[in-house]
Design a protein around this ligand. Structure first.
Ligand SMILES: Nc1ncnc2c1ncn2[C@@H]1O[C@H](COP(=O)(O)OP(=O)(O)OP(=O)(O)O)[C@@H](O)[C@H]1O
Ligand SMILES: [Mg+2]
Length: 334
């Protein structure tokens, strides 16, 4: 039993890292950020504490996100991150080497895959199994991936949007776009700069996206959403005067800021649909498209995509956790 309870699934994401421990579920869910003290090269903080430091550090501290666009950008810092989260997840059992299931985006190069494998091994894994993210997302969303039925999953994360049609346990058609949640943050910050001559940090952009990020007005017109906030106050630095200034942003402004990127994501989905074999197309027509990843929480994205694709769009329960749950289910079968 001790052996089995040491199987873990890891979603090593650009924004968040989640660790699923066999029979326990998700035990770690923290931002993929590490803060380093540059004076002595020691790790100052990892996870949420390090994320809170982003954009606020003195020169002696650097808060970094070691993953970019879904892949490892800084190998050594990723190693530190994974090692820390694995040992935290396993707590008292850390002397037993775990079997690890870890996810990578579809279409990564063999070098990128090898880096993930090595990170897991040097972090203490005994056996490592690599699973493609949309496959894990589909399993985590509760889809029967082994059936002879086509299912389409769109996982909108921080760094990448993964699109895949899955049937009989394999990925039939897929694409990985390097536009996702991070791109939306940048669009919002650029928009505020352009319209209000106000410089805001990327953390503030992300807060705006969580609160007001939306793809269509219809969302706000639904009776159940009548109390959803439509405006928020934000403070940044006036680009002319250099002084702090507060403005009010509205949901319409945020939509205008992010719509082009949302459209690019939807175009990516359509391109995948065009490449999907007809038998599977008809399955997708009956079953709809499943949205996972944090980007699935953009308000009204399902309504917008339904209009654009004429297909049913279903947002998974707990979209931020699907990949980790899927990796966890694979590890439970190991
Ligand atoms: N309520 C929300 N509304 C809009 N976006 C959200 C919301 N909650 C989280 N996000 C965004 O979702 C993204 C993180 O999603 P997720 O954790 O699925 O990404 P990831 O797995 O770390 O990244 P990737 O899969 O690209 O490597 C971030 O950009 C975050 O701002
Ligand atoms: Mg992800």
């Amino acid at each position: 039993m001790g052996f089995f309870s040491n199987n873990i699934g890891i979603d090593l994401g650009t924004s968040n890292t989640l660790v699923y421990v066999n029979k326990k579920g998700i035990v770690i869910n923290e931002p993929s950020v590490v803060a380093i003290n540059l004076n002595n090269n020691e790790v100052r903080a990892i996870g949420k504490e390090a994320k809170d430091m982003l954009g606020k550090t003195p020169q002696s501290i650097k808060a970094v996100r070691p993953l970019q666009d879904g892949v490892i950008a800084d190998f050594n810092i990723t190693k530190v991150l994974v090692k820390y989260f694995i040992s935290k997840a396993l707590d008292y059992k850390k002397f037993v080497k775990p079997n690890v299931v870890i996810c990578v985006p579809v279409g990564v190069t063999s070098i990128e895959k090898k880096a993930v494998l090595e990170v897991a091994q040097t972090a203490g894994a005994k056996n490592v199994k690599i699973v493609e993210e949309p496959m894990a997302a589909a399993i985590g969303a509760g889809l029967d991936v082994s059936a002879a039925v086509g299912n389409m999953v769109v996982d909108i994360g921080g760094g990448t949007t993964e699109i895949a049609v899955i049937s009989l346990g394999g990925i039939v058609v897929s694409d990985s776009l390097r536009i996702a949640g991070d791109s939306l943050d940048i669009e919002i910050s650029n928009y505020i700069k352009w319209k209000y001559k106000l410089d805001i940090g990327i953390g503030t952009s992300e807060k705006i996206k969580h609160e007001l990020g939306n793809a269509c007005q219809e969302f706000y017109e639904l009776p159940e959403n009548k109390d959803v906030p439509r405006t928020m106050l934000i403070t940044g630095r006036d680009m002319v005067l250099g002084l702090p200034r507060t403005i009010e942003v509205t949901n319409e402004e945020v939509r205008e800021a992010i719509l082009e990127t949302i459209n690019n994501i939807v175009s990516g989905v359509k391109r995948c649909l065009e490449r999907t074999p007809p038998e599977l197309s008809s399955d997708i027509f009956s079953n709809g498209i499943f949205l996972t990843g944090g980007g699935a929480l953009i308000k009204g994205l399902d309504i917008f995509m339904e209009r654009e694709t004429a297909l049913k769009i279903k947002v998974a329960n707990n979209p931020l956790e699907c990949v980790a749950v899927g990796a966890g289910k694979v590890c439970e079968e190991m």
